[in-house]
Design a binder for this molecule. Structure first.
Ligand code: THU
Length: 147
């Protein structure tokens, strides 16, 4: 696969790492369980530790019980004892942006994470820092008095 990256954040996430994440997200997308929407999504997340976790959307006959690819990858990372997200690549339809709840979920583990969206051919269409997608976020800082 010939992965085409963009490059605004290469200083923080090396090009080869974005390529590796994209490849892993393309693979995860193939495992998507999406019999209702027929809209498979794959995600790969790089943790600050250097470990990579993947996820895909898993739909349910109770449609609202569906979990998105990004959140399934994050749940897997947290279950393995990881907390700090560095970068996320999602692979979906036309390379669109992550949904609101997934932005919020990523925010919990790094409000400045780097986010890339790609299509299943490995072309990256967008790149953002999470705070561009979720400005003025509500997050752990707002509840630190409860911690
Ligand atoms: N979906 C994701 O997995 N991630 C997103 O960011 C957007 C939407 C999934 C949920 C559902 O299975 C399908 O895409 C259509 O909404």
């Amino acid at each position: 696969m010939n992965i085409t990256a963009m490059g605004r954040f290469t200083e923080f996430v090396p090009q080869e790492m974005v390529e590796e994440l994209t490849q892993r997200a393309v693979e995860a997308q193939k495992n998507s369980y999406s019999p209702y929407s027929h809209y498979p999504v794959g995600a790969a997340i790089l943790m600050e530790s250097g470990k990579i976790f993947t996820g895909c959307n898993v739909e349910n006959a109770l449609l609202g019980a569906t979990i998105c690819a990004e959140r399934s990858a994050i749940v897997s990372a947290v279950a393995s004892g990881e907390r700090e997200i560095k970068a996320v690549v999602i692979v979906l339809g036309e390379g669109g942006a992550p949904c609101g709840p997934c932005r919020q979920f990523i925010n919990e583990f790094n409000p400045h994470a780097y986010i890339y969206s790609a299509t299943s051919d490995g072309v990256i269409h967008n790149e953002w820092r999470l705070d561009e997608l979720l400005p003025n976020s509500f997050g752990p800082k707002d509840l630190k008095h409860l911690a």
